[in-house]
Design a protein around this ligand. Structure first.
Ligand SMILES: [Zn+2]
Ligand SMILES: [Zn+2]
Length: 211
């Protein structure tokens, strides 16, 4: 498995491209910026794009889905509780962002523990509401793409549409159960490991989320 990060200058969003080395099957995660760079990478590496996967429905993660769809019309995968946000530009905030008003439906709605295959690479989804109702993390081998749930040293805000701090605490507790060696790839900012976050991130402390 290969995990490529492309960081967008305008939104600071990390767009990730997961690819399977043997079959070249790939998925773009959170195309909220830098669509040309993403498409160039797919072409250069000769990748066979199969899915667009969304950790959640905010504009800075979905704003350029249309560009990727134009390049190749592959199914969009999102959590089932994110449907209304994807279909509403005021809820997903795209009505006030550089990407412009964006409303669409996902093609595949998933739930907690659902799985997806990219050739020999297996992905699984972990429902982590709190930042949004249908926020999810994506586990692929020893990596966890955390969207706006968990950042290096921080967590996503809970005061936007669909946000809920109590749900966020439960979601962070759920993530905390995973192994220390797990690499963490957030929607914004630098990568980390879960062990590092357990030690240093105040939002993973038992003081914040309880035991
Ligand atoms: Zn967000
Ligand atoms: Zn974001």
């Amino acid at each position: 498995m290969e995990l490529k990060r492309i960081n967008d200058f305008y939104t600071s969003t990390n767009v990730y491209i997961i690819s399977d080395e043997d079959t070249k099957q790939a998925a773009v995660v959170d195309p909220g910026g830098s669509p040309d760079e993403v498409i160039e990478y797919l072409k250069e590496e000769g990748l066979d794009l199969r899915y667009i996967i969304l950790t959640h429905g905010h504009a800075d993660h979905i704003g350029y889905v249309k560009n990727i769809k134009e390049y190749k019309d592959v199914p969009i995968v999102a959590h089932k509780d994110e449907k209304d946000m994807l279909n509403d530009a005021s809820k997903n905030l795209s009505d006030r962002m550089r990407c412009g008003k964006t409303e669409f439906d996902a093609d595949i709605y998933v739930d907690d523990k659902d799985k997806l295959e990219l050739g020999n690479t297996k992905l699984s989804f972990i429902h982590t509401p709190g930042h949004t109702e249908g926020g999810m993390c994506i586990r692929v081998e020893n990596s966890l793409i955390t969207g706006d749930t968990l950042f290096r040293g921080s967590m996503g805000r809970c005061d936007l549409y669909g946000g809920d701090e109590n749900k966020m605490k439960k979601s962070l507790k759920k993530i905390k159960k995973y192994e220390n060696e797990l690499a963490v790839y957030p929607g914004h900012g630098d990568a980390s490991t879960l062990g590092h976050e357990k030690e240093t991130n105040p939002y993973l402390s038992s003081k914040y989320i309880g035991n």
